[in-house]
Design a protein around this ligand. Structure first.
Ligand code: ZN
Length: 331
């Protein structure tokens, strides 16, 4: 089968589209014939080199396709866990020490086939295209756990989402609106700002030319926002601390601009800020996040659909922050 593989981490040249042997299902596994695979920022980290990844590795955590054994349309749940430890027993598998993400710890979805445990294959309705289904799991799962479970967002609250045009940002905006919160979203261009407004953001700030800290003070009468969603890291962290209200929450699930921001701990303890780490999510969170998509209450936003052979163009588009929503690869 054809697959996007990284043998040696590096730049765009590390992305190889190669022929590899078809995977063979193990006990309890089924084969997904992949019709669409999502690209995530995680793919860029794996391509550049992650200590937890075993190379060579096939990239990709999201896929939708047809289950060979049943003929049904299914979308992939992007991770597995041991199933027996204290965290798995309590239903919180992202805390499992054996938590395994497709395309990060084991071979992923940017290929023609993948063999996975049957419980990882979730049927989806005909009203959703393969591309839309493949755009959903990782980012909506991540956004749900950040906003709802870990961030405890309430309908009366204000949430700020930095660079909300990214895959997880769009998902967070849609879910935060569904949860009834007031959403302030930022983007780097007027074009992206207009798209965020169309998606329902209550206030949109162009962070390339507006003073976000000052604007948030104005919008919230100096109070600050209840929740900040920050996966940018170094470039935004200091401002996230300034714009969150006293006793508010900053939720982080990434650090696309750098992972080691300067920190003034006095701001954290005097202003009683909660800093909350978050990654992926459990089965219940995935079911909850997918339900409004399956019911048509929100639609995944797709930036572009490319053939598998153009995976380098997809990475380049994400690296340049040119994408709005998800990029989908067709194997
Ligand atoms: Zn476990």
């Amino acid at each position: 089968m054809k697959a996007v593989r990284v043998s040696t981490p590096g730049g765009l040249e590390a992305l190889q589209v190669v022929e590899v042997p078809d995977p063979v299902p193990g006990p309890g596994e089924q084969t997904l014939e992949i019709r669409a695979a999502g690209v995530n920022h995680l793919d860029l980290w794996v391509r550049r080199g992650l200590p937890v990844a075993k190379y060579p590795i096939i990239l990709g955590s999201d896929a939708a396709g047809i289950v060979r054994e049943t003929g049904r349309r299914a979308v992939l749940s992007p991770a597995t866990s041991c199933g027996t430890c204290e965290f798995c027993a309590s239903g919180d598998k992202p805390l499992c020490v054996k938590y395994t993400i497709y395309g990060e710890h084991v071979n992923g979805t940017q290929a023609q086939f993948i063999c996975v445990p049957a419980e990882n294959l979730i049927p989806f309705p005909d009203t959703l295209s393969f591309e839309e289904a493949a755009a959903a799991p990782l980012v909506y799962l991540t956004a749900w756990r950040m906003l709802i479970t870990r961030g405890r967002l309430a309908p009366s609250e204000d949430v700020l989402i930095w660079s909300a045009g990214a895959g997880v940002g769009v998902a967070a905006l849609q879910l935060a609106k569904l949860a009834g919160a007031r959403v302030i979203a930022t983007a780097s261009t007027d074009e992206k700002c207009a798209k965020l407004r169309d998606l329902g953001a209550d206030f949109v700030l162009n962070h390339a030319r507006e003073d976000v800290v000052r604007r948030i003070r104005e919008l919230t009468s100096k109070r600050g926002v209840d929740v900040v969603i920050d996966y940018i890291g170094k470039d935004t962290w200091g401002r996230s601390v300034q714009i969150v209200r006293r006793g508010g929450r900053i939720v982080t699930c990434g650090a696309t601009s750098g992972h080691d921001p300067a920190e003034d701990l006095r701001q954290i303890f005097f202003r009683q800020i909660e800093v909350i780490g978050c990654t992926m999510g459990n089965n219940k969170e995935l079911t909850d996040a997918l339900r409004p998509i399956f019911e048509g209450r929100i639609r995944p936003v797709i930036d572009s659909v490319l053939p598998l052979s153009e995976v380098a163009a997809a990475h380049s588009r994400i690296e340049q922050r040119a994408a709005f929503g998800k990029i989908i690869l067709k194997p």
